[in-house]
Ligand binder design. Sequence first.
Ligand SMILES: Cc1ncc(COP(=O)(O)O)c(C=O)c1O
Length: 473
Amino acid sequence: MLNRVRSNLIFGGYRLLPQFLPTRSNSSYVEPNEPNILTKSIPGPESVRLSTLLGQVQNSGAVQLFVDYDRSVGNYLVDVDGNTFLDIYSQISSVPLGYNHPSLISALHDPKNVSAFINRPALGILPPKDFIEKLQSALMSVAPPGLNEVQTMACGSCSVENALKAVCFWRRNIERGGEVAELDMSTCLTNQAPGSPHLSIMSFTGSFHGRTFGALSCTHSKAIHKLDVPAFDWPIADYPKYIFPLEENKEFNKREDDRCLAMVEDLIEQYHRKGCPVAGMIVEPIQGEGGDNHGSVYYYQQLRKICTKNQIAFIIDEVQTGCGPTGKFWAHEHFNFETAPDIVTFNKPYRIFNTWLGDPAKLVLLEQVVKEIKKENLLSKITETGDHLLNGLNDTQAQFPNYIMNARGRGTFCAIDFKTPELRDKAIKRLHLNGVHCGGSGTASLRFRTTLTFNKNHANIFLDRFNRTLKEL
Ligand SMILES: Cc1ncc(COP(=O)(O)O)c(C=O)c1O
């Protein structure tokens, strides 16, 4: 039955897309040879001045640096104080080709794209004439195996919200088996069953699926995201916690997988009994925000099977992992699912809907990103670079066992843990002074979210600066 709805897919366009439109010309696309730090402290004085100004009109507590995006190139980020950083964070994995890539600048300067940039349509009702062609060339050409429909959205949380809604539509449709009753229509207006049904979505400890109201009930990575916001009583299963090195702890880790899988089955049963059956399950292929936690191929394959067996829609959230950093376009392709995941949407107009429903201008850029990935063979290059980086991280952790451990990753989607959160935070600050812009995840991890043009030379520069940083801690 699931098969009939399975050929659908929602994704959040923005992660796949550069956020900053360049003004420079193609001829100035030359990366520096290495980072260059000019100020004694980071953030430098101009960043501090601008943060103070911003603080007068909005909360600027999260601002790290003010950036000169005109001067930033490829894998190098230049701040307003003229500091040049090797950027291994790439706007939290959302600048796939790096800054000011020539192919994107050309797309922007191409007169035939001008209209897409200035006339943002209400896509659901007035799509542009080349919309289907752009969907095909930009999105469908890289759609995950087994998925053949796409619904664009404006951001990751928006995609998750609508995936959750689509799952509920699908489930109620099956339960009803026909026309929507008048009672459904009237009760939903006052948030009562059966129109607002008692259904639940299963998620996992440590997960992150966004901060909007519904998605937040599936997010469990940090209390600060959730504090004071009412949440649905939905089942939360343990995500496996492995002991490293993985090869030496196979037996323990397999038992951990089986424990977590048994809990999933148990929760499905519990929520069924309490009258709030599980309609969908949402899981990241690697938990990003929650600390770069990996589940085994076996674990994911079993999750998929449990969903099929129980008629639960299986949503894989690739907002952070998608578009190639793991060496496959979609991270879940590493799991070789027999049956594709159901990131399900629904075709009925106005039920999956908002004003913009994404942005065709982003499709113009995404089309270039996809072309570049294919032309330059970036996925196999990022796999090689990732192996090189991970080997380097393993060597470094062998040299600094008192500071770091658990190097892990797929492609350049890597991470390493520090012994304490304080050490991690100190290292991130110190790395800035040593010319590397990076970010954390979970409580004590450093995460790599590189561009797809990040190469072995960049990895070597990072490893050198990382080594220096660890010596200075
Ligand atoms: C796995 C995952 N899902 C959803 C989101 C939410 O995306 P957005 O910030 O675009 O709303 C994120 C953001 O980091 C994410 O990592």
